[in-house]
Design a protein around this ligand. Sequence first.
Ligand SMILES: Nc1ncnc2c1ncn2[C@@H]1O[C@H](COP(=O)(O)OP(=O)(O)OP(=O)(O)O)[C@@H](O)[C@H]1O
Length: 233
Amino acid sequence: MLIFDKVSAGYGQSPVLFSLNLDLPSGAVSTLLGKNGMGKTTTVRTIFGLTSRITGDIVLNGRRINGLAPHQIARMGVAVVPEGRQVFPTLTVVENLIATSRDETARARSAAVQAIFEMFPRLEERKRSYANLLSGGEQQMLAIGRALMTRPRFLILDEATEGLAPTIRREIWAALRRLKEEHYTILVIDKSLKPLSKLGDRHNIIRKGELAWSGTSDELMRPDGEAMRLLGV
Ligand SMILES: Nc1ncnc2c1ncn2[C@@H]1O[C@H](COP(=O)(O)OP(=O)(O)OP(=O)(O)O)[C@@H](O)[C@H]1O
């Protein structure tokens, strides 16, 4: 599990997170919601130590991780699918996947690639294509696949469905449902409340860098509820 206990952080001298509290339980899907510019991406960057003046405690599975380098956090099993698809444009689909693998043997790597292809059959059809020739949706699937190749214990997705066609979005939500069934610990940042409410166990809304609300899917979707007011829906 990942806990933020009164975490403040920012960029240079500008604070963005103010004594933020978060509790992201193991084996559950948590969400981070909030209007634009409220600090969602900054929260993710702070987990990886990529912001400045971090105070408070960030605790991953009982260990305080403040001050660790991004690669150390990654090695502890945290993988992020960042905003904007990050794939190597001049590598093929398979090469992109293999590039982030931590498996020692070729056989294990190939089994891991096959598992990604089962989740995203489109990627298998394009497996020898260079990543820059893929559609935006295929690149996003590849970005998720790359994160999964690291065999994470904790997967973070920042706006993974942003700007994608509805059919592709559905495929991505289906893949996340499958990962949930496999008991991955997941943090999703997204703007689509309906699929989030179906997938998520616990939702957190941040407002100006503070936790403003946290609740269940039913509470989130209550038409005249506090969550809807905070999200401006
Ligand atoms: N690299 C940076 N340097 C300085 N300020 C930044 C930087 N990145 C973000 N900010 C500022 O931090 C604040 C929070 O931004 P952040 O990207 O975390 O918001 P967000 O909730 O993820 O928004 P969005 O939904 O638009 O992605 C904003 O005021 C933004 O301008």
